[in-house]
Structure formats: structure tokens, C-alpha cells
Design a protein around this ligand. Structure first.
Ligand code: ADP
Ligand code: MG
Length: 340
């Protein structure tokens, strides 16, 4: 180890992953894709295998004072399935590891696994293993998913080309606003435990935060329509940040249109109530776990009638940059933190 000490904050999450990637070598013939996409890819002969993993920490990724354990179990599985969906793959087996403190009862763990099993049923995967250990601090959850995809259908983050269409599934910003509402209610409760939570009419955005879905349905529908996306990513960090991944890895630019961003009515209402900008929530909110993908223009007619798919923009040459076309007809560069 060298004598210098560099703070991790100078690199950021993505810089750190890049650094790990640089120091990592791929030595096996059947490793097709290592670090850098939503899942690693291995050659199984017949088709490709997919492997993805995520770590969830209490206090960082979830707050148990408002996160029901059953939903947490569901979400832990769903967010990993979303990474398999982002490769245009199908999930098969799951492992789940837990570090638990003595704060948890057997009943609490049962409740957590109710959610895990519900997700396994919904996404048609088998829970096949894991590890259990004690934790001195909070709850730690680690999930890995193995999936499969045929070699002609795999979709990476690279592969987008100029003039292709940018598509988003579902709607955006809801999960972020759901979290803001839950955190507000928590503060109200802490200040006065007799106050009743004011979450009436907010069920959709709350559900977006507590019980996200992975868009396997759209993966199947694209297959039925005979459409193979040219690039794809799941929206875990927010449209802005995840679009920048697609553009950087594909070596392209993009334009997205403010008035084409799919935003649910409840998301608008919650944003207004919290004095937040719904467009900013849609661009930077994160945790929606919808899919962002590109298709050639020739695919438009095949998917234009799918109500789950919105056409939000198109791919340009790299030199044009990654831009938001606002309702006022300005074009503003998109940055990972949002737009200025
Ligand atoms: P996602 O949001 O799709 O889960 P991440 O941003 O977490 O993707 O990770 C991007 C890529 O970096 C993935 O290929 C992931 O496996 C890899 N990665 C993240 N952290 C590490 C690490 N500590 N060591 C090796 N690879 C990592
Ligand atoms: Mg991902």
C-alpha cells in the first residue's frame, strides 16, 4: 500500500468502481462481460448466464421505522431482478444473505421472508441459498440473482446508436416522492406520536417506494413484439444518471423532452405538496426500477401501442452532448446530479 491517502469522496461511487475495474483482469474464457453493466455475463454454451448482486444496509438504504419487513423482503429481490431485466434476460435462481442483530424476533424474520417468497413467486425464481450471520449494528441484506438470456437477445448498456429512440417504462419520480412523504411523516410522528399519518390518497407513490416492481412484464412483451433493444439499463439512480451511463458506454449523445417524461398524477400532487419540482424528481429521483432502453426507429410501430412504454427522446451523435429539451424550448445539458 502506498503512503498517500486519498479520500473516497474524491472518486465518488462510479469513480471507485472504475478504479476497481482497472485493477481487475478477466482470465476465464467463459467470462463474456465483467464489471460495468447491470449484470455480469458468462458463456454457458447454449446461451448466456447472468449474475447480479446488491447490498442493502439499514440506515443507508432503508429505515425500519417506516419500512415494513415484508415489503423490504420483496424489494430486496425485485431490485436485483430489475438488473436481470435490464440485460433483456430471465431470472432463475436467487441467493439471499442476512446479518441480523438480536433486536429481531423469529416472527420479524418470518415476515421478511413472506415478502421474499412473494417476490420469488411473482418473478418465478427459486431461492436456493444464502448465508446468515449476526450483526452488531443494523440489518444487512445481500441478494444475488442468476439469470439466462439467449445470445441473440442480450442487451448491454452499450449499443445505442444515433437516431434511435429512447424509451422508458412506467412512470418516474414516484419512489423518490414516496420516500420524502414517509420521511416527513416520521418527523411528524417523532415530534408528536399522537399525530395520525397523512398518507391518504398517496398510496401509489408510497407503494413505489416500499414495493417496487421489476419490469419483467415488459421484457416478455418486447420479446412477443419481436423487438430487441439496442441498449438497456434499469433506473436505480434516476433517469439523468442512468441515461449518462448508456450514453457514455455507447459513445453517443441524447435529447430527452421535458413534456414526454412519464409522471403520475400522484407524483405531481406529492411534489406540489412538498414544494419539490416533479421534473427534478423524475430526472434524479432514483429507485423507480423502470427500464430505460433504445430501439431503432423501425421498431416504433411494433411497440407504439404498448401503454407501458413512453418515447422520451432520441439518441444523437456524441458531440451533441446529453440534453434536456425544456417546455420553454431550451436545451440544457443533463448532469448526474440533475440539470442547471
Ligand atoms: P446497478 O445499479 O445496476 O446495480 P452498480 O452501479 O451498482 O450497478 O454497479 C455497476 C457495475 O459495477 C456492475 O457491473 C457491478 O457488478 C460493478 N461493481 C460495483 N461495485 C463493485 C465492487 N465493489 N467490486 C467489483 N465490481 C463492482
Ligand atoms: Mg442496474
Amino acid at each position: 500500500m502506498s503512503q498517500t491517502r486519498t479520500e473516497i469522496s474524491t472518486l465518488g461511487e462510479f469513480g471507485l468502481i472504475q478504479r476497481i475495474n482497472k485493477s481487475t483482469s478477466i482470465n476465464l474464457k467463459d467470462t463474456v462481460k465483467g464489471i460495468g453493466d447491470d449484470a455480469a455475463v458468462m458463456d454457458l454454451g447454449e446461451g448466456f448466464g447472468l449474475l447480479t448482486t446488491d447490498l442493502l444496509l439499514e440506515g443507508v438504504h432503508f429505515d425500519l421505522s417506516f419500512f415494513p419487513l415484508k415489503h423490504l423482503g420483496y424489494k430486496a429481490i425485485a431490485i436485483n431482478i430489475a438488473d436481470i431485466a435490464a440485460m433483456n434476460g430471465k431470472p432463475h435462481q436467487v441467493t439471499l444473505s442476512l446479518a441480523i442483530s438480536n433486536r429481531f424476533s423469529v416472527e420479524a424474520i418470518d415476515e421478511f421472508y413472506e415478502g421474499v417468497h412473494a417476490a420469488c413467486k411473482d418473478f418465478n425464481v427459486d431461492l436456493v441459498g444464502g448465508d446468515t450471520t449476526s450483526s452488531r449494528s443494523g440489518l444487512v441484506i445481500s441478494v444475488s440473482v442468476f439469470g439466462r438470456v439467449s445470445k441473440d437477445k442480450i442487451t448491454y448498456r452499450f449499443g445505442a446508436k444515433a437516431n434511435e429512440l429512447l424509451c422508458v417504462t412506467g412512470d418516474l419520480g414516484g419512489a423518490y416522492l414516496g420516500l420524502q412523504l414517509l420521511e416527513r411523516e416520521k418527523q411528524v410522528y417523532l415530534a408528536n406520536p399522537n399525530m395520525q399519518p397523512e398518507l391518504d390518497g398517496k398510496d401509489y407513490v408510497i407503494q413505489r417506494q416500499l414495493r417496487p416492481e421489476a419490469r419483467m412484464d415488459v421484457v416478455f412483451e418486447l420479446e412477443e413484439a419481436g423487438v430487441i433493444p439496442t441498449s438497456m439499463i434499469d433506473l436505480s439512480d434516476g433517469l439523468a444518471s442512468d441515461l449518462l451511463h448508456i450514453c457514455a458506454q455507447s459513445g453517443v449523445g441524447a435529447v430527452i423532452f421535458e413534456d414526454k417524461l412519464p409522471i403520475d398524477e400522484q407524483t405531481y400532487l406529492a411534489a406540489t405538496e412538498l414544494k419539490l419540482n416533479p421534473i427534478t424528481a423524475a430526472l434524479n429521483g432514483g429507485e423507480d426500477y423502470e427500464l430505460l432502453f433504445t430501439v431503432p426507429q423501425s421498431a416504433y410501430d411494433l411497440i407504439k401501442n404498448n401503454p407501458k412504454i413512453s418515447f422520451v427522446g432520441y439518441i444523437t451523435e456524441k458531440a451533441n452532448g446529453v440534453l434536456l429539451h425544456t417546455n420553454g424550448d431550451n436545451r440544457i445539458p443533463i448532469t448526474a446530479q440533475g440539470w442547471n
